[in-house]
Design a protein. Structure first.
Length: 767
């Protein structure tokens, strides 16, 4: 067993090494032969090549844990009312950081985390599947800016990534690759998780990949977080059997607690009745707990309610019942996630490696999710559904929350509560509620200040240099043939020792930007420019520079812009300089769908039953625009049935199938199912089935979501037509030939309803 990192190894990483200087190690792929060749073995001096780097002396294992979409005031480790005993343990035996920040959105945070650079500096100003043709936003992670996995592998580590990667461009996230942009191409020995550009998943029916290949569906139908934890444990066990002398690096990034909030009923019922007092009570209770823990200043007040959040006491009895159940579901979801993380930690402990493991826990890749708006979501709703209809539908199916037949997300009131005491939510880069998250560092053999609290400012790009310094690694000047550019984060290792807990912060300036909202932190001050590009939460008069002194105003209550105009000007100019330096310009205030797919710019795709499901986000999009689905089949004399083509699930999607010798097209919009059935029985032999969906306007504009007609054809003969009128857009899930993965689009069959005939191919055409 390896010994722990001694104090002499801390600080080995000079700034030159962190900047990829010439002193850094470089490992030749083909070392020079050090022996002597003779005509015979007797005349020869053998020398086996050294092909693998050695780990630093006493190097610890490293585990990075990243939880998705969770606010500052959610977990009990930071004063929240959601029980997270694993996080509590790690925090109580490690160090809590109360002034840690992320990028307000998922993919930018992950890109900055993995590379130790600012998000725009590594081309992830937004999502890779909504990229732009400018350096800060194109969504292609540069090879000149290595990931932590590439660095640690060069330092003798085995490296594993599990869960949500979300740092591969969508155009590359197919079976055509290029796979050097998948996790296994960026330093990870193995990967098990979502498609590498995927942002969220059905937690009960995930589409998972092992390395670069689609993983078969889990026959037991287990929750995705359980599957991820299983693989994390298996990777560690296999590595420790094969090479116990080598340290390992595990990057475990859950899909939880991103919507949909899916979890088993027993976890939801654990919280039954515990949130009945509502979100106003929650905020007060959480803030009191936070003050007792010391994770917020003792004089921190509750901020005003965010725009659009009503007082709990003003809600109707039905609203309170429904909204409390939404929160019970979310709380169960997070506690379940904590339990699965605990399984990994306990396994590392059981094999005797926990004391020698650095665990870094990012409790959130951004602030709490505010997409549920006033009422939350049970399933997608019709665009013309009234408030009363939405509530009635959700209440009718309240017992389905958390199941595969739901797609839950809590209302904004709970997002605000779980973000206590910060203002606003995820996606607002200007507010602390979008960017401030809990951070925990745990390393028993180094951290002696058990349960210590640190208040120095830090940013997500700081995690890589912190890890590199603590493990005593070196950053090669060249990795995989690419000269490395400087690391931009600042190591937090200086804060670990108790005697250093009050040292001045070293990360003194940091910009933020997301969809047109932006801010800059500098020496305890923050200038903030809110911009609301679509939700209507920010009054127009608020879209201007604001100034806060965060050292005295933890949660941005007191705007000092008018009182200190010179300071305001100084910070505005500082933002401008940082924005130019790190590719933030040009500012973007909207999402677009440029370059989202290998199929962008193409009019046709062909699917085969021998192939794997295609995620719809990366293929044709069925939300708007006209399209045709054509299936080329062979029907035996006895007939055949099953799904020819599907996209989506029981909540939203389309399915083209045959049952009882009748050709049927199912259009499921927000759970409202419309089926077009051809009255004519299908023939046997070689047959071509076709469905056309013709949208009004035929311009592909998502705002023009009026599917006028569905036409069905058998061997080019039109056999049915139906006017759908004004309906909700459909989409999500997978594009599949020959089956319907997950929950069925139609109630007429049970998944996967594999087609029993000879389905040769399915062709999808944009019209």
């Amino acid at each position: 067993m390896r010994t722990t990192l001694s104090s002499k190894h801390l600080g080995l990483i000079s700034s030159a090494l962190l900047l990829g200087g010439s002193a850094a190690a470089q490992y030749s792929p083909t070392p020079a032969f050090a022996g002597k060749i003779g005509k015979t073995l007797a005349d020869t001096k053998e020398s086996l090549p050294k092909t693998q780097p050695d780990a630093p002396d006493d190097a610890p294992n490293v585990v990075w844990i990243l939880i998705d979409d969770i606010g500052y005031g959610a977990s009990s480790a930071f004063g929240g009312l959601i029980e997270t005993p694993t996080l509590d343990r790690l925090a109580n035996q490690g160090v809590r950081y109360t002034n840690f920040h992320t990028c307000a959105f998922s993919a930018p945070t992950r890109a900055a985390l993995l590379t130790g650079r600012n998000q725009h500096s590594v081309h992830f100003g937004f999502f890779a599947n909504s990229s732009y043709g400018t350096p800060g936003y194109d969504g292609y992670l540069p090879f000149e800016k290595a990931t932590i996995a590439e660095i640690l592998r060069e330092n003798g580590y085995n490296t594993f990534a599990i869960g949500k990667y979300h740092a591969t461009h969508s155009a590359d996230a197919s079976q055509a690759g290029p796979f050097n942009r998948w996790p296994t191409g960026r330093g990870f020995d193995h990967y098990f998780g979502l498609s590498p550009d995927e942002w969220g998943t059905d937690q009960w029916h995930p589409v998972l990949y092992r390395d670069t290949q689609r993983e078969p569906d889990d026959p037991q139908g287990r929750h995705v977080t359980e599957l991820l934890a299983n693989e994390a444990i298996r990777f560690i066990a296999d590595q420790q059997t094969a090479a116990p002398e080598k340290p390992f690096f595990l990057y475990f990034a859950t899909g939880a607690g991103h919507a949909p909030h899916h979890v088993a009923k027993e976890w939801i019922d654990k919280y039954k009745g515990k949130f009945d007092k509502g979100w106003d009570w929650y905020r007060e209770e959480a803030l009191a707990r936070q003050k007792r823990l010391g994770v917020v200043p003792a004089n921190t007040p509750l901020p005003p309610r965010n725009n659009g959040v009503k007082p709990w006491d003003d809600l109707s009895a039905d609203e309170k019942k429904l909204f409390a159940r939404y929160m019970e579901t979310y709380a169960g979801f997070i506690s379940h996630t904590d339990y699965e993380i605990g399984r990994i930690i306990r396994f590392i402990e059981d094999i005797g490696e926990l004391d020698n493991t650095l665990v870094v826990v990012l409790v959130g890749d951004n602030g709490a999710e505010g997409a549920g708006r006033e009422l939350g979501n049970h399933q997608p709703n019709r665009p013309d559904a009234t408030r009363e209809e939405r509530l009635e539908k959700a209440l009718k199916y309240i017992d389905r929350l958390g199941t595969e037949y739901s797609s839950p997300n809590y209302p904004d009131g709970w997002a605000a509560a779980t973000n206590t005491p910060l203002r606003y939510f995820k996606s607002y880069a200007n507010y602390e509620g979008g960017t401030q998250d809990p951070l925990i560092l745990f390393y028993p053999k180094k951290i002696k200040d058990k349960g210590g609290i640190r208040h120095q400012y830090s940013y997500v790009s700081d995690i890589l240099p912190t890890t590199v310094e603590i493990v005593g690694a070196k950053v090669p000047a060249v990795i995989n043939g690419y000269p490395q550019e400087p690391i931009e984060g600042v190591s937090l290792a200086y804060t670990l020792d108790a005697e250093n807990k009050n040292l001045p912060e070293r990360h003194t300036i940091q910009y933020y930007e997301m969809t047109g909202s932006y801010a800059i932190y500098k020496d305890g001050w923050k200038a903030s420019f809110p911009h609301d590009f679509r939700t209507g939460r920010i009054p127009a008069g608020e879209e201007r520079w604001h100034l806060y002194h965060l050292k005295e105003d933890f949660n941005e209550i007191h705007d000092l812009a008018d009182k200190y105009p010179d300071k305001m000007k100084e910070l505005a100019e500082a933002f401008d300089a940082e924005a130019w330096k790190y590719n933030v310009y040009p500012l973007k205030d909207r999402w677009e769908t440029k370059n989202r797919s290998i199929l962008d710019g193409k009019q046709q795709a062909t699917l085969y039953t021998e192939g794997r499901p295609y995620a719809s986000l990366y293929g044709f999009r069925f939300a708007a625009g006209s399209y045709a689905v054509t299936a080329h089949v062979g029907i035996p004399a006895a007939g055949a049935e099953g799904v020819l083509f599907s996209s989506g699930n029981a909540a939203s999607g389309v399915s083209f199938y045959v049952k009882n010798k009748k050709l049927t097209f199912a259009y499921n919009a927000a759970g409202v199912l419309t089926e077009i059935v051809a009255p004519k029985a299908i023939p046997s032999g070689e047959v071509v089935f076709k469905a056309e969906v013709i949208y009004a306007g035929n311009d592909g504009d998502p705002a023009n979501a009026r599917a006028k007609t569905v036409n069905l054809y058998i061997n080019n003969e039109q056999v049915a037509t139906r006017d759908l009128g004004v309906v909700q857009n459909v989409g999500g899930g997978n594009i599949e030939a020959g089956r319907n993965f997950g929950t069925p689009v139609s109630t007429a069959y049970k998944s996967p309803y594999i087609f029993s005939g000879n389905l040769k191919k399915v062709v999808v055409d944009k019209l």
